[in-house]
Write a protein that binds this ligand. Structure first.
Ligand code: CU
Length: 105
């Protein structure tokens, strides 16, 4: 018992940060007409949040699955939970040259 306890503590330290990471989801920022990161890989069930840091509005349009945000003003966010595996391309509906990709594993 005396030798096991420190090992359990060590394991807990390894497990807790990993769990905290998956709970926070994933963040994409929009700045200077660019999605960052442009390509994001997440695990199934992850909620992805886009935040517009530009001075003009942008939208998120997931073309393949018919998901479309309203126009996001500065500092506004849009979140979508990816429950199915696959590769999901998206664009800004106002500036179609802006594009990104979510890969769900
Ligand atoms: Cu835009």
């Amino acid at each position: 018992m005396r030798t096991l306890f420190p090992r359990i503590l060590m394991l807990a330290c390894l497990i807790v940060p990993a769990a905290a990471r998956s709970d926070t989801g994933s963040q994409i920022t929009i700045d200077n007409f660019t999605f960052s990161p442009a390509k994001l890989t997440v695990s199934k069930g992850t909620e992805v949040t886009w935040t517009n840091q530009d001075d003009i509005p942008h939208t998120i349009v997931l073309t393949g699955i018919g998901v479309r945000s309203k126009a996001l003003d500065t500092d506004k966010t849009f979140a979508y939970r990816f429950d199915k595996a696959g590769t999901f391309a998206y664009v800004c509906g106002l500036h179609p040259q802006m594009h990104g990709q979510i890969v769900v594993k």
